[in-house]
Design a protein around this ligand. Sequence first.
Ligand code: SF4
Ligand code: SF4
Length: 321
Amino acid sequence: MVEAIEGSAIRKVRLGKSDLLVSNIALGTLPFASYRDNKNNFSELVSYAYSLGINLFDTAEIYDNYKLLGESLRGLDDIFVITKSYAVDEKDVDRSLLKAKRLMSRDVDIFMLHEQESILTMKGHLKALEYMYKLKEKGDIKAVGISTHRVSGVRGALTFLELIDIVMAIVNYAGLGIYDGDRDEMESALLDCYNANLGIIGMKIFGGGHLTRAIDRAIGYARSLSFVHTFLLGVETVEELKLDISLFSGLQVEEGLLESSKRKTRRIEIEPWCTGCGICVDRCGQGALILVNGKVEVAFDRCVLCSYCAQVCPDFSIRVV
Ligand code: SF4
Ligand code: SF4
């Protein structure tokens, strides 16, 4: 086990208008989605994160890792779990929540609508949103949120302030993965949400892996965003978490550590048996997949490694390697 971090800047913050006191760094579990080839020790990572004061853990229905997360969190006190679903109505919400609770053997604290694009998308999910709000009123969940890769998604949340507590959105210094705008437009939209007392969660501060070679800059940018309550870190090892927290805390890191800790650069790989059906191309909100002569090609500079495409391929032709 890696030792504690002296001078760590991890602290608890109130997440907007919710009652939740969460750590200003949260552990993202996308790297441990069932369809990733990660074989690292997730439980060890969760224990280490918890020992550092991290009490917020993020997953999603499509990551398909509820059981793994539930087992790793067993016995930990004062923690909060976020999950996300594509529910459009009451029935979907009930089904999603029940599945999450059953597989994790614990409650869901923050329930979010996944990948909301705009006011229109949210209007299409209004029944689900209103029902989620009712569940919160009843005490079944603690907060309602949305996640989005779009400025228009963040702005959409401002239209539903009475229903939504928390917005999770892409923030990184290069604006990578922001589908419909740049980093300044995203900052401005998030600041408006912050001023409206919404809880703000920043995700993809490393741009889906593209910015890990400038990790100190990526974390430095995140630290400068005072309107973001907490940042998701989707790390794979305790060593990576230790380095990120040290940088986030403004601590001197050992010489050479930055260099030697270079993360495995991940990318999407298309298997030769791809049939060219195009389902993944339609699914990719980043425009990173293109059909060329009946096969899919990846525009790596646009890919944020969200893995959504791998989820929909009927032939398991897409892998994150
Ligand atoms: S190619 Fe796949 S992993 Fe990359 S951005 Fe598109 S959906 Fe996400
Ligand atoms: S969904 Fe799968 S099989 Fe279809 S085009 Fe994409 S990679 Fe190929």
